[in-house]
Design a protein around this ligand. Sequence first.
Ligand SMILES: [Zn+2]
Length: 336
Amino acid sequence: MEKMFNDVYSEKDNVKDTNWDKVETLHNKKIESLDEYAEKLDRIIEQKEYNHWNSVEDQERNRKLIDNYDYKKRTADKVSLYTQRSILLENRECFDQDNLNRIWSEIGSNKLEIYNENKFAQDLANDSGKYKVVGLRDTRDGRICVKDTDNIKRLSHTATHETMHDLSFQKKESDSNIESDESGKSIIYNRERFISGIHVAETKNIEINGQIEAKKIEHANRYLNEGFTELYTIREMQKRGENPDFDSYSQEVGWAMQIEEAVGEEIVADAYFGGNLEELKDEFNRMSRIENAWEFINYHIDRYHTTNLVKHKNAVDVVLRELETDNAFVRVRRRV
Ligand SMILES: [Zn+2]
């Protein structure tokens, strides 16, 4: 009998030591929050379930093609949850309710999957040029896909990076305008905007008589968004005692750090996790002497990523260096 109490109260072996007042309060509190509990259950029941595979056979085939699948999947899911917890604890005030509700409804939804190398390359992303794609987050439905690797550190890094994208601010907008020309043909202008963190992707197309005639995709702040994603990722890994490799988006991480240093952590977190991009943009432009400095550096950051031409890197560096010098000047002046 005594042993049983030991199990329940773990450290105390004397029942008399139990603080019954405290137990009573806890008990009442539980009863009081039954409504809350029911609400929580409802939300769990309504939870989203991600389907990465068309059939159970496909899923099994994938699992068999991956050595130690269960261990890898557990590791990736674990770091993903650690990241979520840590970011929410630290930046809770930046998140809007819609994003929190979404994140909540997706816990345990099998959002993350490890894909065997062939499947990943065939269906999701080919390695092109100098880039080795190791993971992605689907902007449309939020699926996180990680390419199989026996390098567990890499796997953890990729899962953390993609989870960071998933935690960042998300918004989808779309609208259509219908017009008719003289001959009665209908022309539809479709516009879709995806915002993920500070990355804005806008797709525009023109539909004439049901046929898509022209399509255009425009990105803004795309690779600076990767810089912030990787910067937050590196910090998370360091917090967990893991040593991250600094091998992805290293230039963009450097720029992200410089910008964060200049405008402050809060403004960056508000934009990245809370969608307050305007404040970041305005603050950056206010601090710079160059007109539209934000648009200017982001154009060159994105161009540098795709062309690797040093003139684009120099253009960004000049603006950031000026910003630094000016801030140093402001700081000195204030002190005097
Ligand atoms: Zn990324």
